[in-house]
Design a protein around this ligand. Structure first.
Ligand code: NAP
Length: 306
């Protein structure tokens, strides 16, 4: 075994980082495994307006870096490595990752989620050549260009407002006639002169050979339209990253993970927090609460093992 610790946290988004701060402060020997950079989806958000304590808003990379520094201050260790397997042997867990193995008494899964795909022709082929799932990352490439945005949730609305700072014209395509995103974003989107909304409309195909040139949509009356565009941003929800727990909690494989109020899954000592968890509100503020709860519950669980 390369490393033995009390608590392993898999995933370094806000939920995992908050768990790390609480666990470190409680003197649990804690290791966080993150496959890329800390922050998860939040690291791609430039303006978090509703996280308490920041009246002017805060950007995701800054908030994540501060959370990581706070955890490190309490002795938490961070490993950049992708976890590939978790198994439970008696009372301890073994986490296999790309560079070795970790033994831990308890594990917190905070693996977040990935963007859901539309599954239409051209989406896969033109990814990176006009198809994007991240406004913060790619909007500057579409300065004074025309783009299509798909979705009606917070991500689609919030990202449309960001993309509108760059693109000359946005066609926002939504499959229903009402948005599900926050009212404040709805008002801002509807009053933005650069954003045209197509209600009751679905994307049929994304077109182009070397790069995206148009998007074909169809409305609920069966009218088909080809919208000339240089890009499409797709925000149609997220898919939780649950592959790691498939053999431990088969019931939740491919869906969100069920937990009790302490964030413990059906497996004793295995906790789940943040976007990957069933019933999570998927906000930074709620994610950090879930992380703190799980870390405290993991501490009690470990104490009772000894
Ligand atoms: P979401 O809330 O699940 O919304 C997904 C949107 O995509 C919905 O409008 C849905 O339409 C549409 N959609 C789903 N599948 C589709 C398909 N196959 N074709 C066309 N449209 C499809 O996802 P999200 O916006 O990514 O947000 C995820 C979570 O993060 C939410 O809890 C949200 O509140 C949170 N979030 C919060 C903020 C914030 O600033 N507070 C920012 C981003 C995300 P229907 O409406 O018809 O179902």
């Amino acid at each position: 075994m390369d490393k033995v610790c009390d608590l392993a946290i898999i995933g370094g988004g806000p939920a995992g980082l908050s768990a790390a701060i609480y666990a470190g402060r409680a003197d649990l020997r804690t290791t966080v495994l993150e496959k890329m950079i800390v922050g998860g989806q939040v690291a791609l958000t430039m303006d978090i307006a509703n996280y308490p304590g920041f009246p002017e808003g805060v950007d995701g990379p800054t908030l994540s870096a501060k959370m990581k520094a706070q955890a490190e201050r309490f002795g938490v260790e961070f490993l950049t490595a992708e976890a590939t397997d978790i198994s439970k042997n008696g009372k301890s867990f073994t986490i296999t990752h790309k560079n070795g193995m970790i033994e831990a008494k308890a594990v917190i899964i905070s693996t977040g989620s990935d963007p859901r795909k539309l599954g239409v022709p051209g989406e896969k082929e033109l990814r990176g050549r006009g198809v994007s799932y991240c406004g913060t990352c790619d909007a500057p490439f579409f300065r004074e260009r025309k783009v299509v945005v798909v979705g009606g949730g917070d991500s689609a609305l919030k990202e449309s407002l960001h993309i509108a700072k760059f693109a000359s014209e946005i066609t926002l395509v939504h499959r229903r006639d009402t948005f599900r995103g926050e009212k404040i974003y709805q008002r801002q989107v509807m009053s933005n002169e650069r954003i045209n909304i197509r209600w009751n409309t679905s994307v049929k195909s994304i077109n182009g050979t070397d790069k995206l040139t148009s998007v074909t949509v169809e409305n609920s009356d069966g009218e088909v339209e080809e919208i000339k565009a240089d890009g499409i941003f797709i925000f149609v929800g997220t898919v939780p990253n649950t592959e790691l727990i498939c053999h431990l909690v088969p019931k939740n494989c491919g869906g969100h993970i069920d937990t009790d109020m302490d964030m413990m899954t059906a497996v004793e000592g295995l906790f789940a927090v943040g976007d990957v968890r069933e019933h999570s509100y998927r906000q930074v503020a709620t994610a950090v609460g879930e992380g703190a709860t799980a870390a405290m519950a993991a501490g009690h669980y470990i104490e009772n093992l000894e």
